[in-house]
Design a protein around this ligand. Structure first.
Ligand code: NAD
Length: 494
């Protein structure tokens, strides 16, 4: 691990060196208590430029891009093994960095290791193709690394988000500038140290924490940065897309959501109640795919909501270090204020509270950014609190009458990231699963992930896909090669 003493300033990874940034000093706080976990100094504008120029130099001179796929894959396998070897300290550090319960941070660390393993395998088996020839030439489709690419990540699932970008970008042979969220820089720094230890050449991975509007913006605008993979809010994503348009730079944007969960009349109720609960309240609802709009068949509605509200009220909200905790604190006090504002807005729009709607009280709770699992009903799909992303533990529930009515409401959102369907009728699941507009649809399950399956959103939920075997090609330029196969003169040649 890099450092444990919160008084020491943490070095960051600039231009192949571990050193202090020359920008503002900032501290990361444990959301459960407000205690300082680590302090660091962000990079200055000059540090950002230096890191990018050095990354470009490392890309051109370190030989990383020229290594054979199986050689780069071996390094990525070592990264996976190193993550697994220090899984527990990493999970504990991630808990301190962002306040998620330890049971969740252990899963995130495991998923980061699995991501490196998957992309190592994908790289080693990735094929370039000979395409059907239409003349006296052979045609091939090949892929080249891009150079310096940037990975900009949010605070809600640090190590997993960073691994999802870093692993395919490195597999592709690029140099990577990682820009973690200002409030959660620690996992990116740990990953960079692990990459170096595993044999990634110095300077190929840089980590530049700090304010998005300063550091993230400077990275995105830099002419040597050839691609940005961004996960975060929709307005930031649109801002990055505008810069990308000017530079003619490819981007992938994993953005916000307001996902619909649909409980049909014939659903297995125990399963559906638990699934809906997990879908919205795990990670304290600080999840892009949180199932935050709930539609329940009118016939079931009252009974279903009664069970759901009772279970929500019984969720174990508490100390993230406790193995039994289901919901930890929110990331910052400011974020909790924003969630409280949304609940007030919902009440002013005619909503009624079925659960939560307030901060829990008592010793433990008074120090951290806690908020109770909250359910609102009595609202229309068009209300602001039903349309806007809250990114917290707030569920809005509405009854529906017909399949047509359900689909019209579920699809009536600027977002289209994910959806959930709970039904025993596979034909209905098929119909609705195909008709609902979303990048991912879960049927009789929710918030399950597989690195082998592409992920991304439609509309304001984003552009492009991450994960899956083709995830590596996202970080490469495609090139077509034509090999002339006969000596007959071309037209005009004689
Ligand atoms: P955010 O957009 O504020 O920040 C995300 C990252 O972008 C941070 O590293 C931030 O510093 C950086 N950033 C901010 N302004 C920037 C700029 N002008 N230029 C470049 N970088 C900039 O989002 P957040 O508050 O950290 O995260 C919450 C949001 O992320 C939610 O909307 C959530 O839905 C979304 N999210 C989406 C996914 C997904 O896969 N679709 C996953 C997790 C979170």
């Amino acid at each position: 691990m890099l450092v444990t003493d919160s008084k020491e300033l943490l070095p960051i990874f600039i231009a192949g060196e571990r050193r202090l940034g020359r920008g503002d000093e900032s501290a990361t706080l444990y959301p459960a208590t407000g205690e300082v976990v680590a302090r660091l100094r962000a990079p200055s504008a000059a540090d950002v430029a230096e890191a990018i120029v050095a990354a470009d130099h490392a890309f051109r001179t370190s030989g990383w891009a020229q290594r054979k796929p199986h050689e780069r894959a071996a390094v990525l396998h070592r990264v996976a093994a190193l993550i697994r070897g220090r899984a527990e300290p990493l999970a504990q550090r991630q808990r301190l960095d962002n306040g998620k319960p330890i049971s969740e941070t252990r899963n995130l660390v495991a998923s980061a290791a699995a991501t490196f393993q998957f992309f190592a395998a994908a790289l080693e088996t990735m094929e370039e193709t000979i395409t059907p020839s239409r003349g006296d030439f052979m045609t091939m489709s090949v892929y080249e690394p891009m150079g310096v690419v940037a990975a900009i990540t949010p605070w809600n699932s640090p190590i997993a988000s960073e691994a999802q970008k870093l692993a395919p970008a490195l597999a592709a042979g690029n140099a990577v500038i990682v820009k973690p969220a200002e409030v959660t820089p620690l996992m990116a720094l740990e990953l960079a140290a692990i990459c170096e230890e595993a044999g990634v050449p110095r300077g190929i991975v840089s980590v530049l924490p700090g304010r998005g509007s300063v550091i993230g913006d400077a990275i995105t605008k830099h002419p040597l940065v050839k691609r940005v993979s961004f996960t975060g809010g929709t307005s930031t994503g649109k801002h990055i897309a505008r810069i990308a348009a000017d530079k003619m730079m490819p981007v992938s944007l994993e953005l916000g959501g307001k996902s619909a969960t649909m409980v049909l009349e014939d659903a297995d109720l125990d399963h559906a109640v638990n699934g809906v609960l997990y879908g919205i309240f795990s990670s304290s609802g600080e999840s892009c795919i949180a199932g935050s709009r709930l539609f329940v068949a009118r016939k079931l509605y009252a009974a279903f909501m009664e069970r759901l509200a009772a279970k929500a009220a019984a969720l174990r909200v508490g100390d993230p270090a406790d193995e039994r905790t289901q919901m930890g604190p929110l990331i910052t006090g400011k974020h909790r204020d924003s969630i409280e504002g949304y609940v007030k807005l919902g009440l002013s729009e005619g909503g009624k509270l079925l659960a939560g709607g307030r901060r829990p009280e008592g010793m433990l709770y008074d120090r951290g950014n806690y908020y109770l699992p909250t359910i609102l009903e009595g609202l229309r799909n068009s209300d602001q609190v039903v349309q806007q992303e809250i990114f917290g533990p707030v569920l809005v529930a509405m009854p529906f009458d017909t399949e047509e009515d359900l689909l019209a409401q579920a699809n009536d959102s600027i977002y289209a990231l994910a959806a959930g369907i709970w039904t025993r009728d596979y034909k209905k699941a098929w119909r609705i699963g195909r008709a609902v507009q979303a990048g991912t649809v879960w049927i009789n399950t929710y918030k399950q992930f597989s690195i082998s399956t592409p992920f991304g959103g439609w509309r304001d939920s984003g552009l492009g896909r991450e994960k899956g075997r083709l995830g590596i090609q996202q970080y490469m330029e495609q090139k077509s090669l034509y090999w002339g196969l006969n000596d007959a003169p071309l037209p005009w040649a004689n």
